[in-house]
Design a protein around this ligand. Structure first.
Ligand SMILES: Nc1nc2c(c(=O)[nH]1)N[C@H]1C(S)=C(S)[C@@H](COP(=O)(O)OP(=O)(O)OC[C@H]3O[C@@H](n4cnc5c(=O)[nH]c(N)nc54)[C@H](O)[C@@H]3O)O[C@H]1N2
Ligand SMILES: Nc1nc2c(c(=O)[nH]1)N[C@H]1C(S)=C(S)[C@@H](COP(=O)(O)OP(=O)(O)OC[C@H]3O[C@@H](n4cnc5c(=O)[nH]c(N)nc54)[C@H](O)[C@@H]3O)O[C@H]1N2
Ligand code: SF4
Ligand SMILES: [Mo]
Length: 729
């Protein structure tokens, strides 16, 4: 038996350390015999959840094996060589570039890239081609947190660490179902909460999730009323003198404007808007005000909103007014969704960013990057590129001529899905770089490029607490799959940028990237693949010259209370609540909210192919309160139709008190391959936060109509699709 291999879980942003025990024949690794938690990984300390523990099961199933090409979407794919595939791609890129300009080309990437994939993709689009049209699925996920941190603290970057979970006196969880979506973070917090009776756990969520079930206080607010609640808590903290006048005076700006806004949020008004009791509102403010250390955790209930940035800032305001930041056990802590959404932010993975937490709008930043990459001055565009949704709009208008999608499945995960699919159908040329076949998005591709995935490629990922880990390749993929970064680099060289894309390994890519982080907030210029291999997972900042492992100085940001703004002061954000972009009305009387279940991951490409998880969550469902169900004549298990102004879905009703009357819930996971007609995003709209441009994937207005037939578990369509790979490979 050979030694276990240390790596990181490729699912969520907790970033748990894994130990993989391989199966070996001779001196060759032939597969994975067991996956278990790595006790030496500081983030997870040996723990894993069901997704991490079962990850090996899906890695070899239904893989995209070879490059495949077709001229139009109604033709079958034919297998082509890599040579022919890259030739064709380069020809298409040159045609579009020289006929319509580089801005007619778009790339849509993913927080499931390793940092090296992100970095080379950036360099290709923003540097070589000179278009900022690179966006990632983080636009649907973390962009409101990024913008909230930037506006309030002067820079992106979660200031806290996981040790704070065990040091806090009050954990304020808002818009996060941590128990199901960041289970190991929740385990650490819950253990501390159980062992220390004085520690308070507050959960703000319209649903009584497993996270809310164990809270000391669950505030089941109406969807979209977070700012009312947060300003309402601020009102009481002011009234009761629970604020830190010295901190406000010495470390912040904008307090007076903030107070002016907050005075419009007296308890009576807030409880009416939020649908909670005055007593509970007061309890929340009292817990926050009386606790020595307050840690808040948040994720999609805050970010996926038409006022996502304002929500994040309103939460950070509470930390600023009470001085709850920059010290152990305290601070505003966004939980990142995907395994390397953090790495994407560091490498410039959104259409307004450049590597090293730089901005395309900043002339000095553009100049630094152009110079370092050795591209002519003025190559990097000064305006942000298209966001994920704007790429769809560009296909509709005909302005986008070539779309390159990698490591994301937009034909399930984008809002207003019928419209998005119609636009994808119009794309003159779509390249789709994937690990699996089939997926829902493959239907819209002209060229399929097979990608290696976790365990088959070496790269770096950063987790929510800024901890950087190396994930080594230890087995080879079936077929002809290549690393994402290597595909981007090959295209770069074939376009004539030989010097800029002459990487021989992902270690070389990482070495180049970290130089661009030197003296930036996310400084990791002291890290390399070798160093990470030697000393294990390490938090940034980690500047060059640093030799000690995980220096205490990088555990938390802003411990000197100097923020990343020009005057080093944090900024209050004075924001009023606007509510939902599409509130319920008599024609569409329910608010539909969406989210995740414990076992499944996103669009089911892996967990749908994992037996144990399929048994855990076999089919999609609609959660509805018994009172609403009774009124509509719906009983548990009945098939219901959910309709919005954009589309409809049919699925089984789950009658439960965990949801409030007037609100219904659907999981996001089931696309067209895995269930007939149960796509949540057929219902959602694309209205987005004006600052972060993140769509409001958490709420739209719907009708619920009972149907008679009983829901089927696994769709026939899936069985048909699953038969397809054999036919084309
Ligand atoms: N099991 C599992 N874990 C995952 C993932 C997965 O697919 N499966 N995906 C990962 C990714 S990429 C992400 S982004 C994270 C997401 O992690 P979470 O954000 O925790 O997950 P969600 O279920 O999308 O949404 C969280 C909660 O927001 C609530 N909510 C809805 N509207 C509102 C509102 O207006 N206000 C408030 N306060 N709450 C609201 C919902 O009821 C839901 O319980 O999970 C990561 N971890
Ligand atoms: N209504 C609603 N919609 C949502 C959400 C919601 O809460 N509600 N959440 C949003 C959020 S937060 C997110 S993050 C998105 C997620 O949505 P997606 O990004 O569309 O979901 P995934 O299933 O994770 O897709 C990742 C794809 O990458 C492939 N892949 C895995 N590893 C690799 C690799 O190394 N290389 C390549 N090339 N491919 C690889 C997988 O097979 C999979 O098909 O959904 C968003 N959509
Ligand atoms: S908590 Fe997240 S990172 Fe940890 S094992 Fe589960 S899915 Fe993987
Ligand atoms: Mo996400």
């Amino acid at each position: 038996m050979s030694d276990p291999i240390k790596t990181v879980c490729p699912y969520c942003g907790v970033g748990c350390g894994l130990e993989v025990v391989p199966t070996v024949k001779g001196d060759k690794i032939t597969g994975i015999s067991k996956v278990r938690g790595d006790r030496s990984h500081p983030s997870s300390q040996g723990m894993v959840c069901v997704k991490g523990a079962t990850v090996a099961e899906s890695i070899g199933k239904d893989r995209l094996l070879h490059p495949m090409l077709r001229e139009s979407l109604d033709e079958p794919f034919r297998r082509v060589t890599w040579e022919e595939a890259i030739d064709r791609l380069v020809t298409e890129i040159q045609k579009v570039r020289f006929t319509w300009g580089a801005d007619a080309i778009c790339m849509y990437g993913s927080g499931q890239f390793v940092t090296e994939d992100y970095y080379v993709a950036q360099k290709l689009m923003k540097g070589a081609l000179g278009t900022n049209n690179f966006d990632a699925n983080s636009r649907l996920c973390m962009s409101s947190a990024v913008m909230g941190y930037l506006q309030s603290l002067g820079s992106d970057g979660p200031p806290c660490c996981y040790d704070d979970l065990e040091l806090t006196d009050c954990a304020f969880l808002i818009g996060t179902n941590t128990a199901e979506c960041h289970p190991i973070v929740f385990n650490r917090l819950r253990k501390h909460h159980k062992q220390n009776p004085h520690v308070k756990l507050i959960v703000v969520d319209p649903r009584c999730t497993p996270t809310a079930e164990v809270a000391d206080l669950h505030l089941a607010i109406k969807p979209g009323t977070d700012i009312d609640l947060l300003n309402g808590i601020a009102y009481l903290l002011l009234e009761w003198n629970y604020f830190d006048a010295d901190f406000i005076e010495e470390c912040t700006n904008g307090f007076a404007e903030f107070v002016e806004v907050v005075r419009h949020y007296p308890p009576e008004r807030v409880v009416d808007r939020c649908g909670i009791s005055v007593e509970d509102l007061k309890k929340a403010a009292q817990y926050w005000g009386e606790s020595y250390r307050v840690l808040s955790l948040w994720s999609m209930g805050i970010n996926q909103s038409s006022e996502g940035t304002a929500k994040a800032r309103s939460l950070i305001n509470l930390h600023l007014m009470t001085g709850q930041i920059g010290r152990a056990g305290a601070g505003p802590f966004s939980l990142t969704g995907q395994p390397n959404a953090m790495g994407g932010r560091e490498a410039g993975g959104l259409s307004h960013l450049l590597p090293g937490y730089r901005s395309v709008r900043n002339p000095q930043h553009r100049e630094e990057i152009e110079h370092f990459w050795n591209f002519p001055a003025g190559r990097i565009q000064a305006e942000r590129g298209r966001t994920a949704w704007e790429m769809i709009e560009g296909l509709e208008s005909g302005d986008v001529k070539l779309l390159w999608i990698a490591a994301t499945n937009p034909a399930v995960s984008l809002p207003d899905l019928e419209r998005a699919k119609k636009a994808l159908k119009r794309s003159p040329f779509t390249v789709y770089q994937e690990a699996y076949y089939p997926t829902e998005t493959a239907v819209f591709a002209h060229l399929l490029l097979p990608a290696t995935q976790w365990s088959e490629k070496t790269g770096v990922m950063t987790n929510s607490e800024r901890r950087v880990s190396l994930c080594p390749a230890f087995q080879s993929a079936d077929g002809e799959a290549k690393e994402d970064w290597a595909i981007f680099a090959e295209v770069g060289r074939r376009l004539g940028f030989v010097e800029q894309f002459s990487f021989n390994s992902s270690a070389e890519v990482f070495a180049e990237f970290v130089k661009l982080t030197h003296n930036r907030p996310c400084d990791m210029s002291g890290l390399s693949h070798d160093r990470l291999r030697e000393q294990g997972p390490t938090q940034w900042p980690y500047p060059v010259g640093e030799t000690k492992r995980s220096p205490a100085s990088s555990q938390r940001l802003y411990t000197n209370l100097q923020f990343a703004t020009p005057d080093h002061r944090a900024r209050f954000g004075a924001v009023h609540s606007k509510g939902l972009a599409e509130p319920h009305d008599p024609a569409y009387p329910f608010v539909l909210t969406t989210g995740r279940v414990y076992g499944h991951w996103h669009t089911l490409t892996r967990t749908g192919r994992t037996e144990k998880i399929q048994q855990l969550h076999p089919e999609p469902f609609l959660e509805i309160h018994p009172r609403d169900a009774k009124e509509l004549g719906i009983i548990e298990g009945n098939l219901v139709e959910v309709r919005s102004r954009r589309g409809s879905a049919k699925l089984a009703a789950k009658v439960t008190r965990s949801i409030s009357p007037g609100t219904v819930f659907m999981p996001m996971h089931w696309g067209a391959l895995w269930a007939d007609d149960a796509e949540v995003n057929a219902l959602m709209h694309s209205a987005a936060c004006p600052d972060s441009l993140q769509p409001e994937l958490k709420a739209c207005a719907v009708q619920v109509i009972p149907l008679t037939a009983v829901a089927t578990a696994r769709s026939e369509q899936f069985d048909r699709a699953i038969a397809a790979p054999a036919a084309i490979s």
